[in-house]
Design a binder for this molecule. Structure first.
Ligand code: MN
Length: 720
C-alpha cells in the first residue's frame, strides 16, 4: 500500500474538511471506491456499488443490456489491481472505472465496456490473455490485446514506426480498440496534474499530434473537444487563462444576443408548427480561442452556437427553410452535411443568421440521432459485429453491397490500411500518417458524375486525382475547378466541383513537382513510388500544363459565383405571371430557348430564370422556395455566349471562326485570353437565327482540331 495509507500527514491529497480530521475518524470519503471494491467479491450476483454509475449510464443507452459480464469484469479487475495505487493516491481500479464510465456515457456496447474494465489488467497484473478469453470470450480478449499493444507504442515516436505499423494492422480493423484508447487518454489527461511539468508537456504533445486527430477521424466530438481544452491548458497556459477570462466576462454581461436570437428562432419555429428544441451550445476554449484569433474582436454571438434538434430528417430542411425565410441568412455559411455526410459520419445542416445590428449567429440543425452520432461518432454505432436485425443468418455480416457503411472501417481507416500496404518503408508510412493526422479537418469536393471525394483541408487537384484514380492519376494532365481550367496545384475548398482531365497518352508521367502540391499520403506515396522506379525521368522539364508553378505564382482560383448573375441576352424576354417583372437569366446555367426553364423570386422583386435541371433549382426547392412559372417569349433569334477550351496551335482562331460561319451564325464579339500553359480559351458571343441551331453549332466547334470542350459559361460571360 502507498505511503499515504500509512502516513496521512504526507498525503498529497488536499486536506479533508475539519469534521473529518477529528482524531480517530476514518477517512472513509476518500476510500469509498476502494471499500466498495473490497466488498465486490463478497456480494455475489449483486452489482457492486462501484460500478453502479457505469451500469446506469449503460442502461440509459441500452435498456436491455446484460450487466453480468460487467459485474464479472469489474470483480476480476478490482481483485487483480488491488494494492496498486495511482499517482494521485487513489486505488488503481478508479482508473478503469472512470474510463468505462466515459464510454458508457457515450453509448458504447457491453463488449467494449467489459474490455474497458479489463484494459490494464494484462499489462499491469497477473491476468493473462488466455484467462480473459476463457472468462469473457475471444472478442473481449481481442480488444484487451489491442489496447495493450497500443499502450506500448504511444510514447515511441518515429523510432518505433515499424511497431506502430504492426499495431495499426493488428488493431486497425476494429475501431472499438481505438475508442477505449481515447477514453483511457482522456482520463489520464484529466488527472495529469499530479505529474511533473515535463511529463505533462510530453503527454500533452502526443495527445495533440495523435489522439486528438484520431478522435476527430472517428467522429468522437465529445472526447475531442475535452482533450483539446486539456492540451490547451498545459501547452498554452497564458492563452488558456486569457480565454477563460473572456468567457467569464461574457457570462457576467447583462444581455446575451445568442439567447435573444434563440428566442426569436423558437418563435419562428413555433409559428411554423415545427417541433424542435433550440439550445445554445457554448464553444469550448480552443474553439473560442480560434475565433478570437481569426476575428480579433469577439462579439457576443461568438461565444456559442445555436443547436436546433428535431425528430425527423425532413424537419431539418423545414427548419432551414423557415430560418432562411423569416431571418436574414448568411448564405455563404450554408453547408449541407446531411445530403453529403462528412467522412467521419457527421451529419448536420450548418447555416448562419444575421440580426439587424449585424451580429451573426451560427446555427446547427440536426436530428436527435444525428446529434448522438455527432457527439459519440463510431462509439454510438453499437456493436459493429452484430448482424442487422433482418439479416441474422449465422452471424454473417451483410456489408458486401457497398451501400452500407462498415463502422469498423470508416473511409479514413480503409485508406490508411491501403497506404500501409503501398508504402515502401515504415518510416515513410509513419511520417505521412502523422502529417495526415495533423491536418485538422476534411473537405468534400464534388465530381461531375455526382460522386464526392473526402480530402484533408489544404488538398490540391493532385490529391483529388490520386484519391479518385489511384496510380492511374499519373496520366492526369489538368483539372477544371468549378467549371474552369485550373492548374493541378490549385488548392481545393469545401464544396468545389473538380473534374480531372486525363491524358490519352500512355506515356504520361507524373511530375516531380507534384510532390510539392501533394498533401495526402495516397498521392505522396504513389508519386514517390513512381519516381523511385523511374530514376531517369524528365525531372527538370517543367510539366507542360503546370508551367505556372515554376515562377511560384499562385494559381488563380476560379470564383464561386452566386447563381443569379445578370446575363447577356435578357431582351429575348421570358415572361412570368407578371409581365412587368424584372427578369434575369441565371449565370449558373445560362438558359437558352428551347431549354425548359423555371423561375424564383429573389430580393428586389427580380425573378431569376434557371434551366430546370440546374443544381440551383434543386437547392432552392429544398429550401422551400416557391417556383414561379416562366416561359420563353416569341423571339427565336437569340444571342448566346460560348466558351471554347483548346490546346494552343497555329490557325486555331481562323479555324474556329470559320466553323461558326459555316453554320450560318454571326459572331457578335470574340475574345481570346492569352494562352497559359499551352491552353487557350476563346469566348464568342454569337447571334443565332434560331435557338434550335445551338447543338449543331457546338458540335461543329468541338470538331475543330485542338478543341477539347465547348460549353455555355458556368459563370457570367466575359463579354458584355
Ligand atoms: Mn489505462
Amino acid at each position: 500500500m502507498s505511503a499515504e495509507a500509512t502516513n496521512p500527514a504526507v498525503s498529497p491529497a488536499p486536506a479533508p474538511p475539519a469534521a473529518h480530521r477529528r482524531k480517530g475518524r476514518p477517512r472513509i470519503d476518500l476510500r469509498r471506491l476502494g471499500r466498495a471494491a473490497l466488498l465486490g467479491p463478497a456480494t455475489r450476483d449483486r452489482l457492486p456499488d462501484a460500478i453502479s454509475h457505469v451500469a446506469e449510464a449503460h442502461r440509459a443507452h441500452h435498456p436491455d443490456a446484460d450487466l453480468e459480464p460487467l459485474r464479472r469484469a469489474y470483480v476480476l479487475a478490482e481483485s487483480s489491481h488491488r494494492g496498486q495505487m495511482r499517482k494521485s493516491g487513489e486505488p488503481y481500479i478508479t482508473h478503469p472505472l472512470a474510463v468505462t464510465l466515459i464510454l458508457a456515457e457515450l453509448g458504447a456496447e457491453t463488449t467494449t465496456l467489459t474490455a474497458s474494465l479489463l484494459h490494464d489488467t494484462v499489462e499491469d497484473t497477473d491476468v493473462t490473455l488466455d484467462q480473459v478469453r476463457e472468462e469473457f470470450g475471444e472478442e473481449v480478449r481481442y480488444l484487451v490485446d489491442g489496447v495493450t499493444k497500443l499502450e506500448k507504442v504511444d510514447y515511441g515516436a518515429a523510432a518505433e514506426s515499424e511497431t506502430f505499423r504492426k499495431m495499426l494492422v493488428a488493431t486497425g480493423n476494429d475501431v472499438r480498440v481505438m475508442s477505449i484508447k481515447l477514453a483511457d487518454r482522456l482520463h489520464n489527461m484529466r488527472t495529469l496534474g499530479v505529474m511533473r511539468p515535463e511529463k505533462q508537456e510530453r503527454i500533452a504533445k502526443v495527445t495533440r499530434d495523435v489522439l486528438i486527430p484520431l478522435a476527430e477521424r472517428l467522429g468522437v466530438q465529445a472526447l475531442k473537444t475535452e482533450l483539446e481544452d486539456l492540451v490547451f491548458a498545459i501547452l498554452h497556459p497564458g492563452e488558456y487563462a486569457h480565454t477563460r477570462e473572456l468567457i467569464a466576462d461574457n457570462a457576467a454581461r447583462e444581455s446575451d444576443p445568442l439567447a435573444e436570437i434563440a428566442e426569436e428562432v423558437r418563435g419562428v419555429l413555433r409559428e411554423a408548427g415545427i417541433q424542435a428544441e433550440v439550445l445554445i451550445r457554448p464553444r469550448h476554449f480552443v474553439s473560442l480561442h480560434r475565433v478570437s484569433r481569426k476575428r480579433g474582436q469577439l462579439r457576443g454571438t461568438d461565444f456559442g452556437r445555436l443547436l436546433v434538434l428535431v425528430n425527423e430528417d425532413a424537419d431539418c430542411y423545414a427548419v432551414l427553410g423557415e430560418l432562411h425565410t423569416c431571418l436574414t441568412p448568411v448564405v455563404s455559411e450554408f453547408k449541407d452535411f446531411i445530403a453529403v455526410p462528412k467522412f467521419n459520419l457527421y451529419q448536420s445542416l450548418h447555416t448562419a443568421v444575421a440580426r439587424g445590428d449585424g451580429q451573426v449567429a451560427e446555427v446547427l440543425i440536426r436530428t436527435n440521432q444525428m446529434h448522438k452520432v455527432a457527439e459519440a461518432g463510431v462509439v454510438a454505432l453499437g456493436n459493429p459485429y452484430a448482424a442487422p436485425a433482418e439479416d441474422q443468418t449465422d452471424g454473417e455480416r451483410a456489408d458486401g453491397d457497398g451501400e452500407r457503411v462498415d463502422p469498423t472501417r470508416p473511409g479514413w481507416l480503409s485508406r490508411l490500411l491501403d497506404w500501409q500496404q503501398a508504402a515502401p518503408d515504415a518510416d515513410m508510412f509513419w511520417s505521412t500518417l502523422r502529417e495526415d493526422l495533423a491536418q485538422d479537418r476534411e473537405i468534400t469536393v464534388f465530381r461531375p458524375d455526382g460522386g464526392t471525394l473526402g480530402l484533408p483541408e489544404g488538398a490540391s487537384c493532385v490529391d483529388a486525382a490520386y484519391a479518385q484514380y489511384g496510380e492511374d492519376a499519373h496520366a492526369c494532365i489538368g483539372a477544371r475547378v468549378n467549371g474552369r481550367l485550373a492548374t493541378l496545384s490549385t488548392v481545393l475548398r469545401d464544396g468545389d466541383t473538380v473534374q480531372l482531365l486525363m491524358g490519352q497518352d500512355p506515356a504520361s508521367e507524373p511530375s516531380r513537382e507534384w510532390l510539392e502540391h501533394a498533401h495526402t499520403p495516397a498521392a505522396r506515396i504513389a508519386i514517390q513510388r513512381w519516381l523511385a522506379t523511374h530514376p531517369s525521368s524528365t525531372a527538370d522539364e517543367p510539366d507542360a500544363l503546370d508551367a505556372e508553378r515554376k515562377d511560384g505564382a499562385p494559381a488563380p482560383r476560379p470564383a464561386h459565383d452566386e447563381p443569379a448573375a445578370p446575363s447577356d441576352t435578357a431582351n429575348a424576354v421570358v415572361v412570368a405571371d407578371q409581365p412587368e417583372a424584372n427578369v434575369r437569366l441565371a449565370g449558373c446555367c445560362t438558359p437558352v430557348p428551347p431549354d425548359e426553364v423555371t423561375g424564383f423570386a429573389v430580393r428586389g422583386g427580380v425573378v431569376t430564370v434557371h434551366r430546370v435541371e440546374c443544381a440551383a433549382v434543386t437547392r432552392m426547392k429544398g429550401l422551400g422556395r416557391a417556383e414561379i412559372a416562366v416561359h420563353w417569349g416569341d423571339t427565336t433569334e437569340f444571342r448566346v455566349t460560348l466558351v471554347a477550351e483548346s490546346f494552343q496551335r497555329p490557325h486555331l482562331l481562323a479555324d474556329l471562326t470559320e466553323a461558326i460561319a459555316l453554320e450560318g451564325v454571326a459572331i457578335v464579339s470574340a475574345t481570346v485570353e492569352p494562352p497559359t500553359q499551352q491552353r487557350v480559351r476563346h469566348t464568342y458571343t454569337v447571334q443565332l437565327p434560331d435557338a434550335a441551331l445551338l447543338p449543331n453549332l457546338m458540335r461543329a466547334m468541338r470538331d475543330v482540331a485542338g478543341v477539347y470542350d465547348v460549353a455555355r459559361p458556368q459563370h457570367q460571360a466575359a463579354t458584355p
